[in-house]
Design a protein around this ligand. Structure first.
Ligand SMILES: Cc1cc2nc3c(=O)[nH]c(=O)nc-3n(C[C@H](O)[C@H](O)[C@H](O)COP(=O)(O)OP(=O)(O)OC[C@H]3O[C@@H](n4cnc5c(N)ncnc54)[C@H](O)[C@@H]3O)c2cc1C
Length: 554
């Protein structure tokens, strides 16, 4: 059932077995697991069913280096469905190496291995509508597939792993009806502000909810889950200082520290020999899911060279530069204003008036190509329920850029703190994001790119000519990869270096859990949502068990 705090009488006292705070990918996944399970679950959400500017404004904050990190109210959405109303849907599990303690990656090592998450990943794939759990070309296709680059025989890279794409699933649109019909209460316009504790300070007894219209409610529950997204989790923990003077779970100052995004950039200079056939477009699996291959740096190479995880995709030349002479790319450039801000920033640089003219010339030189493309995009992107994930254009000559996505190493200097004195409508301090990358991040990208250049050359399929001095500049050209807010309440066994334990329970608090990318101890190369959903499923299993034991004991 869906309720609205703004429409309830003021001062309600609500009770539940489990209170989940935040209805995005994590919160909705968790809540869905308790349908008809005999437990009383309340899912509270700060936003309403649609975008509202005053609610979104609660996400506004301060960014220390605006050239390196997007404003804090960008790349996330404060409404039912959370940021899944905006996401691109790229899905892939973490690799086995991401869970390992690696001597060259400080504070690496998850408290469990990939095997522990595998069953949950399979179900997460279904929830994200990403088709079968098949992440290599052989698993996903039972017919022979064209090689990505014919004759490529890398010693550092493989080209057979896949990324799969969600529709992309808007969790509110997809699961809202089931929640509405179920025995779960969803409470909209209910912002969690303040936690209450028992005398020991180790048990959360309640949370205060507030609506922008001035309504309040109190929730009492046996357990609470914070599923408010990777930046709002540390904010709420740090801002609750009544009982825990440093913030909840922050006795060792770890909350907000080690904040990671991914390192993403585009480097041009790949020339594949004209005689070599290249397939860098989507493969469509039997279940209609779009899949795409990429160059993936092999785990042994990461270990040998001490790099983080890294993948790269063959990519079209810069859209903004009319030298590509492609009518399609020029059409996309000229129409880019129609795209949401989050999708515009990375691909489209500002250009001169003369370049606009050259784009128009490109367009009129191949009007039929441009028109065919426009029809395909309107059908495949705007009208289809499973959308073409992105633009893939075969370049005129076999000249590509590399669109790369790399792991960021945990770094204590990269952090989320409170911007004291700068508060939102409920008096909660806003955040300051001080995202930093380290020399080791630069080395990961430099080494990985050099190894790819060597693999292309050794295979005899082409060359990758670039200036190594420009790599750092290109990897931060658009700043931290947007929307991936990782590590600011990390998981681990040692409370001195982590915030939650292996069950995602806050150290030192008996009944407060976190479901978010904030708990990832390391960031992998993989986009985070599939893992967020898998961890939410694992947490639901754990909570189901503990809440039923509590019910039997009482
Ligand atoms: C443009 C864009 C593209 C993306 N593309 C991809 C992609 O291709 N692949 C991928 O894996 N990921 C992608 N992401 C990231 C993905 O959207 C997030 O990883 C995912 O949505 C995070 O889920 P979450 O539940 O942790 O947080 P969210 O989905 O952000 O949900 C958090 C919820 O908590 C609510 N909330 C916040 N504070 C409070 C409070 N105090 N009280 C009550 N409720 C509160 C919010 O309103 C929101 O509904 C993208 C993101 C963006 C913005």
């Amino acid at each position: 059932m869906i309720l609205d705090l703004a429409e309830l009488p003021d001062g309600q006292n609500l009770e539940a077995d489990l209170c989940i705070i935040g209805a995005g990918a994590a919160g909705i996944t968790l809540a869905m697991q308790f349908i008809d399970k005999g437990l009383d679950v309340l899912l509270v959400e700060s936003g309403g069913l649609a975008y509202e500017a005053d609610t979104q404004a609660m996400y506004a904050g301060n960014v220390t280096r605006p050239d390196l990190h997007a404003a804090t109210d960008r790349f996330r959405r404060r409404q039912f469905g959370g940021s899944t109303v905006l996401w691109g849907g790229r899905c892939m599990p973490l690799d086995a190496i991401d869970f390992e303690a690696r001597s060259y990656v400080p504070l690496s090592g998850w408290p469990f291995s990939l095997d522990e998450l595998l069953p949950f990943y399979r179900e997460a794939n279904r929830i994200c509508e990403a088709g079968a759990y098949a992440y290599t070309i052989d698993e996903a296709f039972d017919r022979p597939m064209k090689p990505m680059v014919d004759g490529f025989n890398g010693s550092a890279y493989s080209t057979d792993s896949l990324e799969r794409f969600s529709k992309p699933t808007n969790f509110a649109a997809c699961y809202g009806a089931a929640l509405r019909a179920a025995n779960i209460r969803v409470l909209l316009h209910a912002t969690a502000t303040q936690f209450r504790f028992d005398d020991s300070g180790q048990v959360v007894t309640g949370v205060k909810l507030r609506s922008l219209g001035g309504k309040t409610a109190d929730v009492k529950a046996k357990s609470f889950v914070l599923a408010t997204g990777g930046l709002e989790v540390p904010r709420l923990l740090l801002a609750n200082r009544d009982v825990h003077p440093n913030g909840i779970g922050n006795q060792h100052g770890v909350v907000g520290k080690y904040y990671m995004c991914h390192i993403g950039g585009t480097l041009s200079g790949i020339k594949i020999n004209r005689s070599v056939s290249v397939w860098h477009d989507y493969d469509i699996a039997d279940d209609d899911t779009y899949c795409r291959r990429r160059f993936a740096l092999l785990p042994d190479m990461q270990r040998k060279h001490g790099t983080g995880n890294f993948v790269g995709r063959l990519h079209h030349p810069s859209i903004a530069d009319p030298a590509h002479r492609s009518a399609i790319l020029s059409l996309v450039f000229l129409g880019s204003r129609l795209l949401p801000w989050e999708y515009r920033t990375r691909a489209f640089d500002a250009i001169s008036l003369g370049d606009y003219g050259r784009h128009v010339l490109n367009l009129v030189s191949e009007p039929f190509n441009a028109a065919r493309f426009a029809v395909r995009m309107i059908k495949g992107r705007f009208l289809a329920s499973r959308k073409i994930p992105s633009l893939v254009v075969a370049p005129k000559s076999n000249e590509f850029s590399l669109d790369f996505h790399a792991e960021q190493i945990p770094n204590a200097e990269s952090r989320v703190t409170l911007d004291e004195g700068n508060v939102d409508a409920f008096g909660t301090p806003r955040i300051t994001v001080d995202w930093r990358y380290s020399p080791q991040d630069v080395e990961t990208v430099k080494t990985a790119i050099a190894l790819l250049a060597e693999d292309l050359k050794q295979s005899g399929v082409g060359t990758f000519e670039y200036d190594p001095e420009t790599v750092e500049q290109e990897m931060i050209r658009y700043g931290a990869y947007g929307g991936h807010h990782i590590g600011a309440a990390r998981m681990g066994d040692d409370p001195r270096t982590s915030v939650v334990d292996a069950d995602c329970k806050v150290h030192g608090i008996q009944n407060l859990y976190i479901s978010s990318a904030a708990v990832f101890p390391t960031s992998s190369q993989a986009n985070p949502t599939l893992t967020i959903v898998a961890l939410a499923l694992r947490l639901a299993k754990h909570l189901g068990g503990t809440l039923r034991s509590k019910a039997q004991a009482s």
